[in-house]
Write a protein that binds this ligand. Structure first.
Ligand SMILES: [Fe+2]
Ligand SMILES: [Fe+2]
Length: 259
């Protein structure tokens, strides 16, 4: 195997696992995993929901599709809270790590809340996940929080030396050295730079790049109070409050419904 080529293909998570392993056998295991990852065919990004076993033993149920209550997922309460979605649906460790960093860096509660939410759109799709996420939370948060989340989609690609934010090295590995974001991203980024809330979105990107520690578990409950103060939980539950985005929350509740 070409060593240089291999190292260029190792993902940031795999590289962190190798670097972070403290024993020789731990390093060997992490290296083996990275090699397996590098040998995999080119990957298509899919939300986590799509990778949960597509075919299952039907048991006594002979209906061909699920319509509500797929047993692969925990049943959610009748009036689910944001916390319920973190615990029962979302992939959380990256966003909780970034919120923890924001807290440590002395960020405002709005920015910490934005960090905690910024990538939950990835549970829908990677493509334009910042926009998906902003839309999903806009009725329940301060507009600055939604704006900051939306603009992180573009700003993570734009360096800002004044705050030591560089183009993420991981993107070179993942998307290639010659990757140039689409024009709409560059335009959005430039406009966002001039906006009064620019730094709120920029702080998301700053706390984002260091929030991939495979050995650190950050409990979402550490943010219970910040969540309570910065997210307007509807009493009917997310998905049932008649908001313009209620259907998006219901899609998380029943992600595999036929209709
Ligand atoms: Fe993101
Ligand atoms: Fe992120």
């Amino acid at each position: 195997m070409d060593r240089r080529k291999f190292l260029n293909t190792v993902s940031v998570t795999a590289a962190a696992s190798i670097a972070g392993a403290t024993t020789f056998s731990g390093k060997a295991d992490a290296l083996e995993e990275a090699m397996e990852e590098a040998l995999e065919p080119k990957r298509r990004a899919k939300p986590g929901f799509c990778t949960i076993g597509e075919e299952r033993d039907r048991g006594p149920d002979n209906r061909p599709y699920y319509q509500h209550n797929d047993p692969a997922f925990a049943a959610m309460p009748k009036a689910p809270t944001l916390m319920d979605f973190y615990k029962m649906r979302f992939s959380t460790n990256h966003v909780t790590q970034s919120a923890r960093l924001a807290l440590k860096n002395g960020a405002s509660e709005k920015v910490i809340m934005a960090c905690l939410l910024h990538d939950i759109g990835l549970n829908i799709r990677g493509t334009d996940h910042g926009y998906w996420c902003a839309q999903l939370v806009r009725p329940y948060v301060d507009e600055e929080v939604a704006w900051a989340i939306e603009k992180h989609q573009a700003l993570r690609f734009l360096p800002d030396p004044s705050v030591d934010y560089e183009y993420p090295e991981a993107y070179i590995r993942l998307f290639g050295e010659d990757y140039v974001p689409e024009d709409y991203i560059m335009e959005e980024g430039k406009k966002a730079r001039e906006h009064k809330w620019y730094m709120s979105s920029r702080e998301i990107t700053i706390n984002d790049v260091y929030a991939f520690d495979p050995d650190l578990q950050v409990d979402v409950e550490d943010f219970t109070d910040i969540m309570a103060r910065n997210f307007k939980q509807p009493k009917e539950g997310l998905g049932f409050d008649g908001s313009p985005v209620a259907h998006m929350w219901r899609t998380f509740i029943w992600p595999t419904n036929f209709l």
